[in-house]
Ligand binder design. Structure first.
Ligand code: AMP
Ligand code: GLY
Length: 415
């Protein structure tokens, strides 16, 4: 089989690398991919993610067995609808189903209609009304831009002033463009966060092992929200009872709710959850693999990822098996990220105890250089989280990382 992956980040690097491990797969193309992927035999395709016509022509000419979509934006642009219309197989939700991620309000309605536990909320398009609600509820309170904002459209406001400031930035200063014209204001949920991802085909749900992301830029969950600074799996402080409850009360009802809604979901369903005193509650749904969760979850998959996708697309039951080992992944980011950041630095080399997944890198002559905020992720597996942390941090500490930064506490919450 030849397969095509849409996307260009560390998540897509991990997906493509795993696909290539399949004895059934001869070629993996990634559009557009990044130059760091070449070392693993992944072929880059110079076609833009939103050029559906050119991607479809390529898939037809090359006899691509199926296409897998990494990021949310192509899903919301209807890439799945377009490929299916052209008679091609593609794994991911269509545009209507991707709204589970594309609109916070759509997701909230789905949860309310299906008794899925989540934070109490109210949606606003009127700035004064939003301010009045926030004053009435008080802090801590959470303000979210309704549309996509690259993981940065959320303010967890610990004071009333911060909450009002966030509303002003989103609704009157248009910091996130149109995404902030509508905001969702929701109850603050206290508890430990975890991510539960599942392969979903309409009502069928096949869960993955859980992971924990670290969204804040600096150690101890300080600093601004980012796209994710590191992750680890398993998450031993989240009991298997909590995971089972999340699966039964959240993920399965969501899949069924999407069918009832006439927006049946096929693809990767990502539930971002908080383990509250009253059980797991949803903070967000995504319509795709998480980044950087994927880079620590897929290394633990011991069955064949390409076979799983092939089975789901052909209405067969997939086989999922997982390693007991722990995986830790730490993002190496450019100094300044998530605000203006440095570019053009050399890419450090790392020892052979770790796997490197590239994200924000570009070609420069024969070499690659840093070009994005999250440049790469260093991952290692070991029998325990502590041992995996040791490998990752040893590799990072040995490397030359001037003009970069990384968190030093990825995995510490498991202790
Ligand atoms: P999101 O983009 O929705 O994942 O939110 C970004 C981060 O904000 C999450 O990873 C949480 O740490 C935090 N967050 C979002 N919603 C809530 C909530 N209702 N209560 C507490 N923290 C939240
Ligand atoms: N790691 C969070 C996300 O992918 O949205």
């Amino acid at each position: 089989m030849k397969v095509l992956i849409i996307g260009s980040g560390g998540r897509e690097h991990a997906i493509a690398k795993k696909m290539l491990e399949s004895p059934k797969v001869t070629d993996v193309f990634c559009a557009k991919g990044n130059p760091g992927m070449k070392k693993d035999g992944i072929q880059r395709l110079d076609i833009a993610e939103d050029d559906h016509e050119a991607l479809i022509s390529f898939a037809k000419e090359q006899g691509i067995a199926w296409t897998f979509v990494g990021p949310e934006i192509p899903l919301l642009n209807g890439i799945v609808d377009d490929f299916q219309k052209a008679g091609l197989k593609i794994f991911g939700p269509n545009r209507a189903a991707a709204m589970i991620e594309g609109s916070k309000e759509f997701a909230k309605k789905l949860m309310v209609n299906n008794q899925i536990p989540t934070a109490e909320y109210e949606a606003f398009t009127d700035y004064e009304a939003a301010c009045a609600y926030v004053r009435e509820k008080g802090a801590p309170i959470v303000i979210k831009a309704d549309g996509l904002a690259a993981g940065k459209g959320v303010t967890v406001a610990l004071t009333l002033d911060d909450a009002l400031q966030a509303l002003k930035e989103m609704m009157t200063d248009h910091r996130f463009g149109e995404s902030g014209d509508k905001v969702v204001v929701e109850e603050f949920l206290a508890g430990e966060e975890f991510s539960l991802l599942a392969f979903v085909k309409d009502e069928e749900v096949y869960p993955m092992v859980i992971a924990q992301d670290h969204k804040r830029a600096y150690d101890g969950d300080q600093g601004p929200n980012t796209g994710g600074m590191g992750a680890y799996s398993p998450v031993p402080q989240i009991s298997s009872e909590i995971v089972t409850s999340a699966l039964e009360k959240i993920v399965k009802p969501a899949a069924l709710g999407m069918i009832k809604n006439d927006t049946p979901f096929t693809g990767i369903l990502y539930a971002g959850l908080i383990a509250t005193e009253k059980g797991p509650k949803v903070i967000e749904f995504n319509a795709r693999f998480g980044d950087p969760e994927t880079q620590v979850v897929l290394p633990r998959l011991t069955s064949d990822l390409a076979q799983i996708i092939d089975d789901l697309l052909n209405n067969c039951k997939p086989e999922l098996t997982w390693s007991e080992r722990a995986s830790v992944g730490v993002v190496l980011a450019a100094e300044g990220y998530p605000n203006d950041y440095k570019k053009g630095m050399d890419i450090p080399t790392f020892n052979d105890q770790v796997t490197v997944y590239y994200a924000g890198v570009a070609d420069k002559n024969e070499a690659i250089v840093a070009s994005g905020g999250r440049v790469l992720l260093v991952e290692a597996e070991a029998d325990t989280i502590e041992a995996a942390q040791k490998k990752v941090y040893q590799a990072l500490d040995e490397a030359t990382t001037k003009n970069y930064f990384y968190r030093r506490d990825i995995g510490d919450k498991s202790k």
